[in-house]
Structure formats: C-alpha cells, structure tokens
Design a binder for this molecule. Structure first.
Ligand code: ZN
Ligand code: ZN
Length: 368
C-alpha cells in the first residue's frame, strides 16, 4: 500500500481508538479518495484495526482494482449499505463510527438494519476532514499546480470580456479553457456576473449582455489532479467611477491585511477580523456579508474556516490555531445593491512564517 494511505489510515485509527470504536464507515467520495485512492462516485470504505475494505458495485470493478491501492476491494451485487453491514457482522465489530454529516438517513437505516441489533453507532463529524485539512507535501504540489492553472484561466478569460458577450457565454468560454488547459472539470458552476448583478455574491450566469461601464465579477473553481483552485477577480469595462475604484481598493487592502495575518498559530477568526477591520474603517463592513475564507483541497470548501464566531455548525472552531500545511482562500467582498460588488479571492498556503500566495493572477484594478 502506498505510504500516504497507510499514514492517513493510521491517523484515523488513532482517532477511532479515542472514540472506542472498532471501525469507521464512510460513503463520502472525497474521503474515499483520500483514504484509499478510489475516485468512483459510489462506494463505501470500512476501516477497522486490521485494514481497509472498499465496497463498490460492478460498474467500478476495473477502476476500483486499479485505483484503490489503499484497500482490499469487494464488488457487491447488494446495496452498498447492506454489504457494509455484512462485513461489519462478519468481523464481529461492536461499535462503529459513522459520518453524521455525510450519511443520508436512508443509508444509515439500511446499515442499521443489516447489522446485529446490539451494534452501537458513534456519530462523528469531520474526523477525516480534520486530517485532510493539513496537506502533505505532494498535496501542496497539486494545489500549487491547480492554483497556477486557475490563474492562467483568468488571464486567458480577460480578452473575452467585451461588451455584447453574455454571462452564460463567458462562463462557457471560461470552462472550456479550463479543460483545454488540463483541468478535469470546474469545481463548481462558474460565477459570472455583470453590472448590478455583481452585488449578488453567488450570482448564476444568465443571458444578460455585458455593457460598457460595468463591473464584471468572475469566480471560478478548477480541479486539476483531484485538487481544487478557487479564484475570484472583479474588473471594470470602461473607466470606473471613483466610488467603484475606492470600493476595489478597500477590498484589496482588506485582502492584503488578511493574507499578512495568516501564519501557523493564528486563528481563523483573527484573520477574518483583520479583513473586517479594514472594511469597518472604510465604512464598508456592513456590505461584507460572508466569511473571509475557507480551506481548499479535494473539496472546494473544507476546514478550516476563516470566519467570525467561535464555532460553525459542525463544531469545528474558528478559534483553533491555523496549522502549517493548511491551504485557505482569502476572499473579502463588498456588495452594494444598485452599485455592484467587488470580491477578490486567492488561495494561500499557511506556513510557520506566514501566508504564501498560490494563485498568481494580477490583483490590480483592471479597467478594460
Ligand atoms: Zn470562489
Ligand atoms: Zn471560495
């Protein structure tokens, strides 16, 4: 078994031991990939004290045998949950940890039905995600490559931003360039917004045409080698009014201050506050309606979070210190109804001495 899987499984086993659970079950695609290498969209991994078993169906026979180098493979004719239950019963495992946020109620019910009545279930949250949050050197290399590719896609999108193009057309052109440059797919539906619609932080592209003297906001996710890049840029077509230019400069300043606040040991909440403080001084804080950033890796949103408040819904504190090897986005934004929005988002590696930018697209205010 490749050493990365051995290491990850060992870290997970240590967590299971502290929960006094004999096994761990995941049906989550990114967690399967992380723990054993399988990229298929349907499978279950059972990790116990002796090893790891991947259960999938006949559609993935060859793929699982080739990819899942961190687990033994069972090709099942049954439903996944029923086959997992059969393995649990066969191994005589009494206490099983499951992922409360990942498992559907239907999957859990059929797991329960298939296992002996005395089986105890331990709901867990974010066990694998906490391990995934700190990237291995090979993962950092992948994230670096993805970030470079995302930045290149943005540069190649710039000449396409001309009056008359629709948001949909621009999104399609961007996604086309991603794949042509080697990405496997967009990490999420590309956000393209023109004019007043830039004030919607997560606008979906429409058939609206770009006019002169408008803001353009692009937020794009790229997956390269299973790892994501998440990049946002806001540009202006024409000569921007002073209000817009000032809004951009304040967001850029907030982002710079937040990036400089990043280092191992700083809390996610402190980084968030650093960005918020800049916008507060500029009288723009109330228009900054989301958190400053999020972890990025196999998924485009993963721990840690750079946000205010001590805890998120899964109980992972934003006050926990950041660790070297984590990769986060830093993406302050200001959204003013009627005027428009500005967001600038980059991907940053947390190191002992500070934050290192992985994305390298220009952050200067571009007036096209
Ligand atoms: Zn984004
Ligand atoms: Zn993001």
């Amino acid at each position: 078994m490749p050493s990365a899987y051995r290491r990850r499984q060992k870290l997970l086993r240590a967590k299971l031991a502290s929960l006094d659970a004999g096994a761990f079950v995941t049906l989550s695609q990114p967690n399967l990939l992380y723990l054993c290498g399988f990229t298929g969209s349907s499978g279950a991994l059972l990790l116990d004290s002796r090893g790891a078993t991947l259960i999938t169906d006949g559609r993935y026979t060859q793929q699982a045998r080739k990819e899942a180098r961190g687990a033994r493979v069972i090709i099942s004719q049954e439903s996944l949950a029923r086959e997992v239950a059969a393995v649990i019963s066969r191994l005589g495992i009494g206490r099983v940890a499951v992922e409360a946020q990942r498992l559907t109620l239907a999957q859990f019910t059929s797991l329960q039905k298939g296992c002996p009545a005395q089986t105890e279930w331990r709901p867990t949250e974010g066990l694998v995600e906490a391990i995934r949050a700190v990237k291995e050197p090979a993962e950092i290399r992948c994230l670096r490559e993805a970030a470079k590719l995302g930045s290149e896609v943005f540069r190649r999108a710039l000449p396409l931003i001309v009056p008359g193009i629709t948001e949909n057309e621009l999104a399609a052109e961007i996604e086309h360039r991603m794949r042509r440059l080697g990405a496997s797919r967009p990490a999420f539906e590309t956000i393209v917004a023109f004019g007043p619609r830039t004030a919607w932080p997560h606008a979906r592209p429409t058939s609206r045409k770009l006019r002169r003297n408008e803001l353009v906001l692009l937020d794009m996710g790229v997956i390269l080698g299973n790892y994501c890049c998440d990049l946002t840029r806001t540009v202006f077509v024409g000569r921007a009014p002073a209000r817009v230019r000032r809004m951009y400069q304040e967001v850029l300043k907030a982002q710079g201050v937040a990036i400089r606040a990043i280092r191992a040991g700083a809390s996610g909440a402190a980084v968030d506050q650093a960005a918020r403080r800049v916008l507060r001084k500029a009288g723009l804080e109330r228009y900054f309606t989301h958190s400053t950033g999020h972890g990025i890796g196999l998924e485009v949103h993963e721990p840690p979070r750079l946000a205010k408040g001590p805890q998120n819904h899964s109980g992972q504190g934003q006050n926990e210190p950041l660790q070297a090897g984590q990769v986060v986005t830093v993406e302050p934004g200001v959204y003013i109804a009627g005027l428009g929005g500005v967001r600038i988002e980059d991907d940053v590696l947390v190191t002992k001495s500070g934050g290192e930018l992985l994305t390298d697209a220009s952050r200067e205010f571009l007036e096209l």
